[in-house]
Design a protein around this ligand. Structure first.
Ligand SMILES: [Zn+2]
Ligand SMILES: [Zn+2]
Ligand SMILES: [Zn+2]
Ligand SMILES: [Zn+2]
Length: 274
């Protein structure tokens, strides 16, 4: 008597060789394609530890492939890997890489109107934005020790006229090569720095960076894409005492107060510090 063997995946009978795994029988095809984890890189079944990204790529932990510094994608094809300013980018992110100010105005206006809608008024509207390499960014932001620095805002003032009123002048530096969505989230953060400075609002570093990250948060939630949510997750999981803890505190505050109350409270901490 021949005992019929059935595949536990497709429930059909099996003729010939088959695979037994954890006490169950499978067609070799069904096992390899549906049961066993398949590596996106070597195309073999994964046996040991593996790496998973948000885009459905799984690879054997032994391959040491790079992940995109922006969207977190595991870069399967090394020929499509680009290294810019010490960061790795996948080909998807490179498509929208920002390396000059050609399209700056549309990003800038979009952010200003987003801020206006949330009660942040009179954000400096004509700040020069320099898109620079990592070396230049570090050079201009010499007193900032943030790891993975992607942007920096500089404010100075002169006194003018009979009442010697302060005339503020701001400059923003942003790391070149980032994809558009990440570029805009950094620009929003830096623009909030200029707004705080323009209004002479002095808070702790933790509160300041936390508040400015709300600008990035606005841009990312407005975009509402998978890439944006990955960038948001890296902010929310940031262990840094200022950028991470400060941001989580501000989000909590925002949840309690809403935008308009939060912004008016922030303006209430105003102190002359220049
Ligand atoms: Zn089967
Ligand atoms: Zn593999
Ligand atoms: Zn990417
Ligand atoms: Zn900042």
């Amino acid at each position: 008597m021949i005992m019929q063997v059935f595949c536990d995946y497709c429930k059909q009978g099996i003729v010939g060789n088959y695979t037994i795994s954890e006490g169950k029988n499978y067609h070799i095809f069904c096992f390899e394609n549906h049961i066993q984890l398949k590596c996106s890189y070597c195309k073999h079944g994964i046996t040991g530890q593996y790496l998973l990204d948000d885009w459905g790529n799984k690879v054997c932990g032994t391959h040491q492939l790079k992940q995109c510094s922006s969207c977190n994608r595991i870069i399967i094809d090394n020929t499509k890997l680009t290294l810019v300013n010490e960061r790795y980018y996948c080909s998807n992110c490179m498509v929208s890489a920002i390396n000059n100010t050609n399209a700056l105005q549309s990003s800038y206006s979009k952010i200003i109107s987003l801020f206006n809608q949330h009660g942040i008024q009179n954000v400096p509207a004509t700040v020069p934005v320099n898109i620079v390499d990592e070396k230049t960014l570090r050079l201009n932001a010499k007193h900032v020790s943030a790891p993975n620095l992607r942007g920096f805002a500089l404010t100075s003032y002169t006194r003018q006229g009979y009442l010697s009123a302060k005339i503020f002048s701001h400059t923003i530096y942003i790391l070149s090569g980032m994809p558009l969505i990440e570029f805009e989230s950094v620009l929003a953060h830096e623009l909030l720095h200029t707004w705080l400075n323009q209004n002479e609002i002095k808070m702790s570093t933790q509160e300041t960076e936390g508040f400015c990250n709300l600008g990035s948060y606005l841009v990312l939630s407005k975009a509402n894409t998978k890439h944006a949510s990955i960038l948001f997750r890296s902010m929310i999981e940031n262990p840094d005492i200022n950028y991470g803890v400060g941001f989580r505190n501000m989000l909590k505050d925002l949840g309690k107060k809403g935008w308009h109350k939060l912004v008016s409270d922030v303006k209430g901490t105003k102190k002359s510090f220049w």
